[in-house]
Design a protein around this ligand. Structure first.
Ligand code: M6R
Length: 364
């Protein structure tokens, strides 16, 4: 079943282009009509505020989702850890939409938080690849991400599928509320349809390079990942992937926060991975990366290949094609998944079943 791949995780990383095609399939037509998510319009009428509840990687996807909903549809959105929300819920009312995001649909904290929210009369929406799950039964309305089952404990294809679901939702809301011109919605939808081929390009060209690069971190004990804006959650996700399968200590930070403490950790022993793609925070991120370099940190950039400022800043570049910044997270996460995978695989670890972890965390 691994179809020639050494681990399910690697197979699932490679399945991402197909999964994204499936998630988009028949939902956007020729990108000129409305987005077909099969959701009732009542869910969104007079909406005041959105809370998104999730754990782990699904929480990271939700942070990108918040950015998209606020940017494209202008609705104030907060993301909560399910384990916090369930005991310390914010004020809720019938004009609040609560979105539960979960790959397994069986995460105990997420389902308990959704149950508590439901009792307070909010509207509920689920985002999952398991519509048949307990989460599916709990929420009235659902976006099926169509990523199917995921075997590797480290979430990869389910994450990118959740991201795609959030783009579709944010654009759907923008369409309903008239917050973006049709042309802008169409532009982003067209960009989304190009992502699968772009990911195929990253997988085809970088797998070998990243396998080689991974050798250099055999003795590394700590990593820092930085990013800003939409790519701050991707820095968190890169750090989580690495720590959960390689057991290397890794932290993700918003790049601008480094100077408020974490920069004290840096020296030549601590590699810094910076996500720096053209857009409104590009120069700022590069200058944060240069601050790390001034502390002798080895700098790896997830960045465009031929961009002079990036070439000058980074010791190594894991290249991603240049796309509009808003679409970039779906590309920037892929080299980070590969980096985590190859570092852990080289260490001979059980990548698909890391110690202390389970695929569904049903217990509190
Ligand atoms: O099934 P869920 O998406 O609700 O799971 C949430 C987390 O337990 C999960 O994302 C976990 O962090 C993964 N092992 C991350 O790779």
């Amino acid at each position: 079943e691994k179809r020639g791949f050494r681990h399910f995780m690697l197979k699932e990383i490679h399945e991402q282009p197909g999964v994204i095609r499936d998630t988009l399939e028949d939902r956007i037509g020729d990108a000129t009509g409305p987005i077909r998510l099969g959701l009732s319009n009542d869910l969104f009428a007079d909406l005041e505020r959105i809370y998104i509840i999730a754990c782990g990687t699904s929480w990271h996807a939700s942070l990108v989702g918040k950015y998209l909903i606020e940017e494209l549809a202008g609705i104030a959105t907060e993301v909560n850890y399910a384990s916090e929300f369930r005991y310390c819920p914010p004020p809720l009312n019938p004009r609040t939409l609560v979105i539960g995001v979960s790959q397994s649909g069986e995460t105990g904290d997420t389902n308990a938080a959704l149950t508590a929210a439901k009792a307070r009369g909010v509207r509920l929406l689920g985002i999952t690849n398991r519509p048949e799950s307990s989460l599916g039964a709990l929420v009235g309305e659902l976006i099926d991400t169509r990523a199917g089952m995921e075997i590797g404990v480290a979430a990869t294809k389910t994450f990118t599928a959740q991201l795609v679901a959030f783009y579709l939702l944010a654009l759907h809301l923008a369409h309903l509320r008239g917050t973006q011109p049709g042309e802008r919605i169409r532009e982003i939808l067209i960009g989304l349809q190009q992502l699968p081929a772009q990911i195929e390009g990253i997988l085809d060209t970088q797998e070998r390079y990243i396998t080689e690069l991974a050798r250099e971190f055999d003795a590394t004990r700590d990593f820092i990942f930085i990013g800003r804006g939409l790519n701050y959650p991707i820095a968190l996700e890169g750090a989580l992937k690495l720590k959960e399968i390689s057991y290397i200590h890794a932290e993700g930070y918003p790049a601008g926060e480094m100077k408020h403490g974490p920069i004290a950790l840096l020296d030549s022993e601590v590699p810094v991975v910076a996500i720096a793609v053209p857009g409104k925070v590009y120069e700022k991120t590069l200058s944060n990366a240069q601050e790390a370099k001034a502390r002798d940190a080895r700098l790896i950039g997830v960045a465009p290949l031929d961009e002079p400022a990036a070439v000058e800043t980074f010791d190594q570049i894991l290249p991603v094609p240049v796309v509009e910044e808003i679409l970039s997270p779906i590309l920037t996460v892929v080299p980070l998944q590969l980096l985590a995978y190859h570092i852990a695989a080289r260490r001979g670890l059980d990548v698909d079943q890391p110690r202390n972890l389970a695929k569904s965390v049903t217990v509190e």
